[in-house]
Design a protein around this ligand. Structure first.
Ligand code: ADP
Ligand code: ADP
Length: 230
């Protein structure tokens, strides 16, 4: 069964033009999917619906085989922690070092210390950050900060990784490094969904591409490109 399903989903923030209209979409376990479209086309709205930060006006969203409309209030925080999420602006804890930023994701789910001490260095090593574990975010480059954010998103082994403009603040070299890591994570079995404006990356990677335009899903192609649908 697909791990992400949008069933006739619409979202209107207020009366008037909806932010997204009648979206039908299925993403299977292990897929790598780009969501593209110009600013205001509804991409962030789709991510917010998957995180249950907002509710659809119509339709249903299922993630991890759960009907999100049936999640009780008390279950939402736990549900969100079951997903890996990264953002354009990294959202790291500024007063904690790299190790503690990643360990924090495990402490909040009460992972035993002996597991944290094993898993944090392991994921920092995968991200090429072993020698930065004591650095503060302010001492790191943008690319390094995004790798810390990725380590934090992945340390609990989520089934799904959601990335909202993960390369938006990075130069091309660091953007490609993040994409290489996302591809590696996907090869290990995690479903990866990436919202991006980076047409160069989308065109070269030849993954599934979902294109949004003014709130409507206008194309969904396997091995797609950014430019073709525009
Ligand atoms: P994208 O991520 O593709 O830039 P968004 O999903 O952020 O698009 O926005 C889709 C539409 O919904 C836009 O017209 C935007 O102005 C509107 N929108 C987004 N968030 C809100 C909000 N909180 N209140 C009102 N309108 C919003
Ligand atoms: P991003 O570029 O990452 O999509 P935005 O700057 O579009 O972020 O949105 C930042 C915040 O403002 C979001 O929480 C979004 O929901 C809200 N927002 C976006 N568009 C509107 C809008 N037209 N009216 C009210 N809030 C909005």
């Amino acid at each position: 069964a697909p791990v992400i399903v949008f069933e006739n989903v619409s979202k209107a923030y207020q009366k008037g033009t909806p932010a997204i209209s009648n979206i039908n979409l299925q993403i299977r376990k292990g897929e790598f999917v780009f969501i593209v479209g110009s600013s205001g086309s509804g991409k962030s709205t789709m991510i917010k619906l998957m995180l249950k930060e907002i509710e659809p006006t119509n339709g249903k969203v299922y993630v991890n085989y759960k009907d999100l409309s049936r999640l009780r209030r008390g279950q939402v925080a736990k549900y969100r922690r079951s997903l890996g999420v990264v953002f354009q602006n990294f959202r790291l804890l500024k007063d904690r070092n790299v190790y503690e930023n990643v360990a924090f994701a495990q402490r909040v789910i009460e992972t035993p210390n002996r597991i944290i001490r094993r898993q944090v260095p392991a994921i920092l090593s995968v991200m090429g950050l072993s020698d930065k574990h004591k650095s503060l975010p302010s001492e790191l480059s943008g690319g390094e900060q995004q790798r810390v954010a990725l380590a934090r998103a992945l340390v609990n082994n989520p089934i799904i990784l959601l990335a909202d403009e993960p390369t938006g603040n990075l130069d091309p070299k660091n953007s490609w490094e993040i994409m290489r890591l996302l591809e590696e994570i996907n090869k290990r079995g995690t479903t990866v969904v990436v919202v991006t404006h980076n047409s160069d990356i989308v065109d070269k990677m030849q993954k599934r591409v979902i294109t949004m335009n003014k709130g409507i899903l206008i194309s969904d192609e396997q091995k797609g490109g950014y430019t073709r649908a525009h």
